[in-house]
Design a protein around this ligand. Structure first.
Ligand code: TEU
Ligand code: CA
Length: 608
């Protein structure tokens, strides 16, 4: 925990009056719960709604404000519930509608808010809408004919029916799938997530109205908003043109930009806001995949827009640095200044133009931040976890924490074929094995390495509550749906909650510290020394206060000459550091930092 190196007169905390101008979701720390891996209460090895209910006091103790629950709707569960077969029913694996209603009530009783995760871009193919739509292709009287994208395709030179265009799915092959019953192809842009996720046709007014009514159904139960899955994909180019050839020799061509941020996207989001969200005090957190720039983000979120769209977006640029040409499995080495530049561009563009950032580093689709941005070396684990917390909680915007992040969880760093659960990983691995049998054996090792580093199962393993078998996630005799990671007991939740030096306690301190220093929510962002490959330093400032974050992202001791970067440390107070003892390490113009050391200073404010 932070030690004091108080050599100045800066105020302990800011004037909290400025908090009054911020909305609740701007000040919130949002905690993402992947229900299936959080807490099992009925011995089936899958987390459930009652499990979340049992742990509500845990969120209060940590200090978060909002819990975001992964999809709980009826689903065949090919893609962790992002394949929804009935939006108005609760998946019996997780519990009942009564359980959900009680969860909302109990969450509110504790002063917490609750948001649900929902996929409106696609449904499961077992959804009644899709079943009707496919039959209606031949029998229009059934209705819902155009609720999905259907196409007879075209005939190739041999007279064979082929997809209507050359769009490549993220996995491989076409984005179009032939449906026997309809006798036509249907579109599913995020093919990689399973052939059972056909895209809804938002150009059809009835589809939009039906989805809005689904949203109202849940909002009327008192929930506080939604995380909207792949929301920038809902407007497609209507003509389905071929994508330009960028992959020579391949029939199927990357076409991401033709699915994303389409021609009617702003119109639809504005309509959804006006017809649904404007009538409730709720937050909309829209996931925007397949590429969105800071300028586009402003179009979606700016408070200066006459017709609002969504409150927050989840963007991916900072987690795409380790991909070659956008391919998540093609690993790419990256340098710290690249990451610093991406973050700086988002921070500056949004805060200077009436936008609002969302800050995150891991989720149910991404590997653990420690393993990705720092190192998996065990002796640095706690330091790195705290360094990243210092980083995330001193940036501008609303913070998202993924379950287990506050325990400093790392990627398990192992591969075993029978441990793969995620459909994306399984499909990728199967393809790699097929290629290996046709003579590309070395590629199999690369595939293994890529899965270890990037596979979605990395963060989907059970939450380690205690040092009991399966980490207390389920009964010792139960079989978790995915094996728990065997780790030493000092890392489990219960132990960390009792330990003042733990990663958990550090997260708790950072969350509290942010609340009493509101400039950290809304202040401007100024990047310092962007080219420095080891140190990440930036200033956060408002008319009330000024802060300096200095982070050593390297495993060696290093120094930073702040004077060269125009920083005045003469009146300063160190608010928190990830090192327990503070050495007399700073000379008049240099800060010396130990391996992975990070500090947050409050500086004297120019205007004070
Ligand atoms: O993800 C959409 C998305 O494009 C990425 O986050 C994606 O999961 C990642 O690049 C794959 O490695 C959302 C959900 O978060 C994800 O879990 C679903 O599988 C997907 O939509 C489909 O609904
Ligand atoms: Ca269960």
């Amino acid at each position: 925990m932070g030690s004091s190196e108080n050599s100045g007169t800066a105020k302990d905390s800011e004037d909290v009056d400025s908090l009054d101008n911020l909305l609740w979701w701007q000040k919130a720390s949002i905690y993402q719960v992947l229900i299936q891996s959080f807490q099992d209460t009925n011995g089936d090895g899958k987390g459930d709604i009652r499990g979340i209910m049992e742990r509500l006091d845990y969120f209060v103790a940590l200090g978060v404000d909002v819990i975001w629950i992964s999809p709980i709707y009826e689903s065949p569960m090919c893609d962790m519930g992002y394949d929804i077969s009935d939006y108005r029913k609760v998946n019996p694996i997780f519990g009942t509608m009564e359980d959900m209603e009680l969860l909302v009530q109990e969450t509110h009783n504790r002063g917490l808010k609750i948001i649900l995760d929902i996929a409106l871009n696609h449904t499961a193919d077992t959804h009644e809408w899709f079943q009707t739509s496919r039959r209606a292709r031949k029998n229009p009287r059934l209705g819902k004919r155009d609720w999905y994208f259907w196409s007879p395709g075209k005939l190739d030179e041999q007279g064979k029916q082929v997809p209507p265009n050359n769009w490549e799915s993220t996995f491989s092959g076409s984005t179009w799938e032939f449906d026997e019953e309809a006798g036509e192809f249907y579109l599913q842009d995020l093919h990689i997530f399973g052939k059972n996720q056909p895209d809804l046709n938002w150009d059809c007014e009835e589809v939009r109205q039906e989805l809005y009514s689904v949203l109202r159904f849940w909002l009327d139960k008192g929930i506080d908003g939604f995380r909207l899955d792949t929301m920038n994909l809902v407007s497609k180019t209507s003509a389905f043109p071929d994508a330009p050839i960028s992959k020579c020799g391949s029939t199927w061509q990357p076409a991401n930009y033709l699915f994303a941020n389409g021609p009617h996207i702003h119109e639809y989001l504005q309509e959804m806001h006006e017809q649904v969200f404007a009538h409730y005090d709720v937050v909309t957190l829209a996931e925007m995949s397949c590429g969105v720039t800071p300028c586009q983000a402003l179009q979606y979120t700016s408070k200066h827009k006459p017709r609002p769209e969504v409150n927050l977006i989840i963007q991916f640029q900072h987690v795409e640095l380790d991909c070659q040409d956008g391919d998540k499995w093609m690993l790419r080495e990256w340098e710290l200044p690249e990451l610093k530049r991406v973050i700086a561009e988002w921070q500056e563009t949004l805060v200077n133009n009436g936008g609002w950032n969302t800050v995150w580093m891991e989720n149910h689709d991404q590997p653990r931040g420690i393993s990705r941005f720092t190192t998996n070396t065990p002796r640095f684990r706690a330091l790195c976890a705290k360094l990243l917390a210092l980083w995330q909680f001193t940036l501008q915007g609303t913070n998202l924490i993924f379950q287990g992040q506050e325990l400093g969880m790392v990627n398990p760093d192992t591969f075993s074929e029978d441990m793969n659960r995620d459909i994306e990983t399984i499909q990728y691995w199967n393809e790699a094995c097929e290629n290996a049998s046709s003579g590309e054996a070395d590629k199999l090792d690369l595939a293994k390495k890529a899965i270890i580093q990037k596979g979605r199962d990395n963060t989907r393993i059970p939450f380690p509550w205690t040092d009991d078998p399966h980490g207390g996630f389920c009964e010792p005799t139960a079989k978790p749906w995915i094996p728990a990671f065997n780790h030493e007991s000092e890392w489990c939740g219960i132990h960390q909650q009792r330990c003042p030096e733990s990663v958990w306690t550090f997260y708790q301190s950072m969350i509290t510290l942010r609340k009493s220093n509101p400039t950290l929510y809304h202040g401007t962002f100024e990047a310092l020394d962007l080219d420095n490959p080891l140190i990440w330093a930036y200033k956060r400032e408002s008319k009330h206060a000024c802060y300096l974050t200095v982070l050593n992202f390297s495993p060696g001791a290093t120094s930073w000459s702040y004077v060269d970067h125009g920083v005045d440390l003469s009146l300063r107070k160190m608010l928190i550091s990830n090192h327990q003892t503070c050495e007399a390490t700073s000379t008049p113009d240099i800060i010396l930092l130990r391996p992975f050391e990070g500090r947050l200073y409050q500086l004297s404010c120019n205007s004070q």
